[in-house]
Design a protein around this ligand. Structure first.
Ligand code: BTN
Length: 323
């Protein structure tokens, strides 16, 4: 734990009571002016801390931001070894990719409460205003590229576990959307660097709509629509739930392969047994028929009206009845 985190821990543990600057300095083996510097840095991050002349500091509130110090305190899974960010950035996927290239360990995650250049699948823009949680994880699976095919579905199952733990009845729409009814609650963007026989790194990015603070994005669902308890809507709580869900699904996948998660994916799928139309990145229909499952590579299985069966590895799906 860094000295700054130790100062924060002491203020948090005091639950609003005054903590003396001198005792903090003694406990951490630093000067009182170093303590004051940490207090200033915490205030700059949005912590509401007041200085009580001659006696010390007391903390009233922590900011509703997915700051590493806040999220780390809520995590249950030990997989997350390094957390970064927490406020605003260009794209957490870009930040995570940079860290991956610099050699960061598996289990590193970058967090944000706003992105200026959020990216979605197929090079689309991912609107990332305030009121969402945006995060990207660096993973280094010890497997061959061919075995990585279903990774985006694995991450989606993990995000679903996290959001469901918060009380949202989130379902999966192949390949990696999380939806409430027909509205999108969360999206997953996975980027990979690999040689044929060894994966170097995976960056798994997740965006979750929490509250429509600056207006609703068309077609979006928000956690606030379906979760009544305010505490569950705090951004650090949402971020920790998502990271924990991702860690548990990823550990499951690393240990037992996608087969172990396939039934869970299918039980949460909104497409099972439905008539669907699948389009490619250019919007051209590449398949239509009845979706009847997911195979071991994470491909969507579709049977057309002539009985021909196809396994699709990418595309945008719409329900026939929804168009
Ligand atoms: C999609 O549905 O198209 C995927 C959206 C993924 C968005 C997340 S937000 C965090 C991470 N950073 C990005 O720039 N994109 C992903």
């Amino acid at each position: 734990m860094s000295n700054r985190q130790a100062v924060l821990r002491a203020l948090r543990d005091a639950q609003g009571a005054v903590v003396s600057g001198e005792s903090l300095a003694l406990r951490l083996g630093i000067s009182r002016s170093a303590v004051a510097k940490h207090i200033k840095a915490l205030k700059d991050l949005g912590y509401e801390i007041s200085a009580v002349t001659g006696s010390g500091y007391s903390m009233a509130t922590a900011p509703d931001l997915p700051l590493p110090s806040e999220v780390a305190a809520l995590l249950g899974e030990p997989m997350w070894v390094r957390l970064e960010g927490g406020a605003s950035t260009g794209s957490t996927n870009d930040d995570a990719r940079k860290l991956a290239l610099e050699g960061c360990p598996s289990g590193t995650a970058v967090l944000a409460a706003r992105q200026r250049k959020g990216r979605g699948r197929f090079g689309r823009t991912w609107e990332s205003p305030e009121g969402g949680v945006y995060l990207s994880a660096v993973l280094r699976p010890q497997i061959a590229l061919a075995d990585l095919a279903p990774i985006a579905l694995v991450i989606s199952v993990g995000v679903a576990r996290g959001l469901r733990r918060l009380g949202a009845d989130a379902k999966l729409k192949w390949p990696n959307d999380l939806v409430i009814g027909s509205r999108k609650l969360s999206g997953v963007l996975v980027e990979v660097s690999a040689e044929v026989d060894q994966v170097e790194w995976v960056v798994a990015g997740v965006g979750v709509n929490v509250r429509p603070i600056s207006g609703r994005v068309e077609g979006a669902a928000y956690l606030e629509d379906v979760i009544g308890e305010q505490e569950q809507l705090r951004l650090p709580v949402v971020a920790a739930a998502v990271l924990d869900g991702m860690a548990s699904a990823y550990a499951h996948f690393e240990r037992d392969g996608f087969e172990a998660l396939r039934a869970e994916y299918e039980s949460l799928s909104t497409l099972a047994g439905k008539e669907v139309v699948v389009r490619d990145v250019a919007g051209i229909v590449c398949s239509s028929g009845r979706a009847f499952g997911i195979d071991g590579l994470g491909r969507l299985l579709v049977e057309d009206s002539s009985g021909e069966k196809m396994a699709l590895s990418a595309g945008d799906v719409t329900l026939k009845s929804a168009r």
